[in-house]
Design a protein around this ligand. Sequence first.
Ligand code: ASP
Length: 649
Amino acid sequence: MASRCCLRQLLYRGLSATTTQLVRGSLSRTLVLSSHRRIPEFSSFISRTNTCGELCSSHLDQEVTLCGWIQYRRQNIFLVLRDFHGLVQVIIPQDESSAAVKKILCEAPLESVVKVSGTVISRPPGQENPKMPTGEIEIKVKTAELLNACKKLPFEMKDFVKKTETLRLQYRYLDLRSSQMQYNLRLRSEVVMKMREYLCNLHGFVDIETPTLFKRTPGGAKEFLVPSREPGKFYSLPQSPQQFKQLLMVGGLDRYFQVARCYRDEGSKPDRQPEFTQIDIEMSFVDQMGIQSLIEGLLHYSWPSGKDPVVIPFPSMTYAEALSSYGTDKPDIRFGMKIVDVSNVFRETEIRFFQDVLSKPQGTVKAICVPEGVKYFKRKDIESIKQFAADQFNQDVLPIFLKASKNWNSPVAKLIAENQRWELIRLMEIQEEDIVLLTAGEYKKTCSLLGKLRLQCADLLETKGVVLRDPAQFSFLWVVDFPLFLPKEESPTELESAHHPFTAPHPSDIHLLYTEPEKVRSQHYDLVLNGNEIGGGSIRIHDAQLQRYILATLLKEDVKLLSHLLQALDYGAPPHGGIALGLDRLMCLITGAPSIRDVIAFPKSFRGHDLMSSAPDSVPPEELRPYHIQVSWPEAEKDSLKQSYQQRS
Ligand code: ASP
């Protein structure tokens, strides 16, 4: 068993400098903390006695058996063996009687997997390696067994050797040997374990699996279809266990949770995967505050202890405030540069364009102030900001440079009167050397443009060395009071659910459902972390009649698809609500990984492919026949398909 004194050390051995820092701070302490309950036994049930990384001076003179990969070899005398815990130096015996052991250890290619037995000895004085956690000792080998030789690798395994992501995904099983992937996946497992503990052991939740072969759900994300053997009939892979978790509430399982796999056929987006994992939760007899407190407690409890702590309760902001001050429903509140409405400053303006905009019902003039922008931004930075606004929003941005000489340097400076200047300075707390970016247009579009520019300016300032967002800081935020409906993007006169169609309206707005549904707020809440949406949920409609009205009359959905749910609501459904946390995104933010693919063992590529196995793959026509399916191939692909079958057979 790993001795308690070494646990802290053994957890970060063999990791690269950066990872070591991360691990020292978090994974080790998490495990040490949980070790108050039970120290994990890393070598039970198998023939090794210890892990490579755990060995230290307290093991001196012990006979050990280790299994691991050959990391490197020096002068056919030293060999470094690696396992998930770290590295240990093995001395290759040089005497005649150990010729067989020497042959195995000297001839096995790097990354071969071997088993060695020997004695833990001190390194000779002066040969200790303080940079290596096992650097005080080495193994004097007596026996060695080559468990499997390694062929020539597609890339060098060393952490510092850069590999393209394509290559990493193609050989994911090798990439997983890296200290970073080991750290990410092990930390993920730790966090999930603590979540289970919190939910099941401390709060009586029940872990229930729900089907992944289901039927189409109206509204929401696009679903993957799975053919069935009945002609023309398909299953759908659920975008979330939403219906099942509500039905579990009707079934009296009043505290449900699941580490749930969800599927959305939404094409490629940098922080999305076609299949992803949610911590899915539902509770009966709960209100919004109850769910929020549960999640704050859950994250606080399961947070890796080496990371900056989670401060609870989380602050809360309405959707309206998020949009007007940050231009987005997922504001990053780690820094200022908030959007300020300056419409009133320009009610009496000479600027023609502002006059036109302000005469329209949704017209607004808004601005952000970039602190010390004059010092950091070049002409070309401003040009690219203007270009972005023109290309993406068809909107003009007017920059004002506040020079130290108190000069207002701007194409519109002449048209801004003295009193308007003072008013702007007061409203926006402008200082010398700041840049103000002014824009005018329709309310939502203007907020959204400035929200994007706020983030772009933050990125730009950071590339110039200004520290705005501390990457170690975790800044959670609840966004609440969303509208129940939003205009459909492709047909703005129609409505779609802002969250999903099962979300309950805000109690004080229910009357508006029948008159001005677009004004109804909902009991939907999102959880945002450092500007990323990491969760969302709502209190649900538990009244069948209201649910039917929203689906059929307001959303124009086919209620037949949901008849089972509507029926269930009629049979004594309790009031209920829930939430789902996106586990991949959460872990990505906790670990600071550049992509969610780095916290998933076998992710899909940006285009939704598994580069290791080449999924999705083509299927011969005879295998499609039982499903009554025929592929209509684009002309250009017919030949290449034929070829790929010929190659296989
Ligand atoms: N099922 C919802 C989602 O995946 C979350 C919820 O409302 O609980 O977004």
